[in-house]
Ligand binder design. Structure first.
Ligand SMILES: [Zn+2]
Length: 106
């Protein structure tokens, strides 16, 4: 998730940061954006989980265990992830365009 966190220097000042959805500490450096999409059968509507952010390794594994309860892989949910820095660059780019209108899309 993204939260505003206080920073030193100016009392009461805050800045946005990516927070791990598992341990609730800020992700500095390596991290992932994680989500699952359900494989569609016939005309089922598209289903996607909320987007999660996590540290790699232990936090990532704990997040997958949590997701397995509500979005089990054996019920056609498929894992997706992106490096957090790549995800944020794409998100920032999409402020001014719609990816569906861009054949490159990345
Ligand atoms: Zn974490």
């Amino acid at each position: 998730m993204i939260e505003y966190v206080p920073y030193s220097g100016e009392p009461g000042a805050h800045s946005p940061a990516v927070i791990c959805d598992t341990c609730h500490k800020q992700i500095v450096g390596e991290g992932l954006a994680v989500w699952r999409i359900k494989l569609r059968v016939k005309d089922e509507p598209r289903q996607q989980t909320p987007l999660y952010t996590t540290h790699k390794r232990e936090c990532e594994q704990a997040l997958h265990s949590q997701l397995n309860g509500q979005y089990p892989l054996d019920e056609n949910w498929i894992d997706f992830s992106e490096e957090i820095d790549v995800f944020l660059k794409q998100l920032s780019k999409n402020i001014n365009r719609s990816p569906i209108d861009d054949p490159d899309g990345s």
